[in-house]
Design a protein around this ligand. Sequence first.
Ligand code: 5GP
Length: 191
Amino acid sequence: MDITGKLLLFCGPSGSGKTTLVHHLLKIHPRLKFSVSATTRPMRETEKNGVDYHFLSVDEFKKKIEANEFVEWEEVYKDRFYGTLKSEIEKIWMNNGIAVFDVDVEGGLKMKKIFGDRLLSVFVMPPSVDELHNRLRTRNSETAASFEARIAKSEHELTYAFRFDQVIKNDQLEDALADAERIMEKFLYNS
Ligand code: 5GP
């Protein structure tokens, strides 16, 4: 079956566990390739430039906006720009890959509008707001200010779930991983 050109997109609040689900799918399906976004936020200790993100200055990011290099971009937090580069998708397609995206809800809805049925949008739901707060609290990458901003954004993002093609509740990780696999297989092979 020809699955070329299909796209898989994951959204969900910071702390919902979507990155864990995405990494799992990338590991088990060799044709899935992560679309590395551009961002102006500082790199975390565990991250690598060009692997997790293309880390840019605000000036560099704005130049790319002007040059029309993004499929979509958002100022997710103040002065923290994030965007999906056209060049990433082109590179993945040239290598026969299925592009996988991890974006915020606004970016996700924009991408769905652009790509329609070629793209499956998946929303990852944390078990509860309390649990989401706990997960964000235990992430030591956050400063107090960014922690508050992430909580506010996360609660807002939860109200978008119904606008996605599929919702995965990340209550028990094993179940959520199995759901993600099943949803991916069905989308790619209609099985
Ligand atoms: P983080 O700083 O935790 O890596 O990401 C913050 C938020 O930005 C997450 O919701 C993440 O999905 C989102 N994000 C990452 N890349 C992109 C992108 O290319 N476009 C948009 N719109 N959001 C992104």
